[in-house]
Ligand binder design. Structure first.
Ligand code: PGA
Length: 276
C-alpha cells in the first residue's frame, strides 16, 4: 500500500465563522487548478483545522464543497482536553469534537508545548483520549534551535516519539489513524524552512523509530509530514523527497489562493508517483 499525500492547514487563532465560510468558498472556486480528473483528486487528502468556534460553520461549508466538487475536505481540530468530562473549565472533549464532525485532531504542537506548557505526559494523555474517542491524530514533534545547534535533534525527537506512542501499540489500525508531523520549532512562522534533504533525513529517522515501536509494515505506511514555513514556493523540493508525505501548513493555509496552489502542486507533481 502506498502512502497517500496529505496537506493539512493549521489555522491557529485565525478565521472566525464568517471568514471560514468565505475561505472555503474561495478555495472551492479555485479547486480545479491542477486537478485534471475527479479520479486524480482521490489521490490526496486535505484537512483544515479551524478554531473551535468555526468548526460548525466549516463542517457545513465542506459538505457544500463535497456536493459541488465531489471531493472531501476533512475537518480537524487544533486541540482537545486530555480528560473525558468533568470540572475542567474552558476545555473541549474529544467526544464533543466527534459530535460536530471532526475526524482528526492535532496533538503536541510546539505552540501548545511552549506557550501552554504541555509536557510529554499531557501530550500522551491527549493522544490516548483522542484515540479512545475514535479520532485520528496528527502528532507533532520538533526540536528548538538550541537542540539543533548542539547536534541533539535525533535524541530530542526520539524522546518525544517514544513517550507519546506508549499505549498505542495494541491498536491494529494505527497506520490509518496516526500521522506524524515533523516541525522544527525554529522553522515555524519564521520564513526559514528546513532544508528538504535534512527534513527527509529526520523523517526517515522518525520512521525507523516507529518501526521499533510498531512493526516494519505499519511504520512504512504511516504518513509523515513536514511543517515549518511551508509555502507554494518551497513545497516542490520537499515533495521530491522519499519520505515526506505531505505538509502541515500554518500561515500559508490562511489564504485560499496559496493553500490551493500548494494542493495543486501536489496534484501535478506528487500524485503521479505515490510514495511506497
Ligand atoms: P507555519 O506554521 O507554516 O506558519 O510555519 C506551521 C505550524 O505551526 O503548524
Amino acid at each position: 500500500m502506498s502512502r497517500k499525500p496529505l496537506i493539512a492547514g493549521n489555522w491557529k487563532l485565525n478565521n472566525n465563522a464568517r471568514e471560514t465560510i468565505s475561505f472555503i468558498k474561495d478555495f472551492s472556486s479555485r479547486f480545479d487548478v491542477g486537478c485534471d480528473s475527479k479520479n486524480q483528486s482521490e489521490h490526496i487528502d486535505i484537512i483544515i483545522m479551524p478554531p473551535f468556534t468555526s468548526l460548525h460553520a466549516a463542517n457545513d461549508a465542506i459538505r457544500e464543497f463535497y456536493l459541488t466538487k465531489q471531493k472531501k475536505i476533512s475537518l480537524g481540530a487544533q486541540d482537545l482536553c486530555q480528560f473525558k468530562e468533568g470540572a475542567y473549565t474552558g476545555e473541549v472533549s474529544a467526544e464533543m469534537l466527534v459530535e460536530i464532525g471532526v475526524e482528526t485532531v492535532l496533538v503536541g504542537h510546539s505552540e501548545r508545548r511552549q506557550i501552554f506548557r504541555e509536557d510529554n505526559d499531557t501530550v500522551k494523555a491527549k493522544m490516548l483520549r483522542a484515540w479512545d474517542a475514535g479520532l485520528s491524530v496528527i502528532f507533532c514533534c520538533g526540536e528548538p534551535i538550541e537542540v539543533r545547534n548542539q547536534h541533539k535533534t535525533d535524541e530530542w525527537i526520539a524522546t518525544q516519539i517514544d513517550h507519546a506512542m506508549q499505549g498505542l501499540k495494541q491498536d491494529s489500525n494505527i497506520e490509518h489513524k496516526l500521522v506524524i508531523a515533523y516541525e522544527p520549532i525554529w522553522a515555524i512562522g519564521t520564513g526559514q524552512t528546513c532544508e528538504a534533504q535534512e527534513a527527509n533525513r529526520v523523517i526517515k529517522f522518525i520512521r525507523n523509530r516507529l518501526k521499533n515501536i510498531f512493526s516494519n509494515t505499519c511504520a512504512s505506511q504511516i504518513r509523515i509530514l513536514y511543517g515549518g514555513s511551508v509555502k507554494a514556493a518551497t513545497i516542490e523540493e520537499q515533495m521530491k523527497q522519499s519520505d515526506i508525505d505531505g505538509a502541515l501548513v500554518g500561515g500559508a493555509s490562511l489564504k485560499a489562493s496559496e493553500f490551493s496552489q500548494i494542493v495543486s502542486l501536489f496534484f501535478n507533481g506528487f500524485v503521479v508517483s505515490q510514495k511506497a
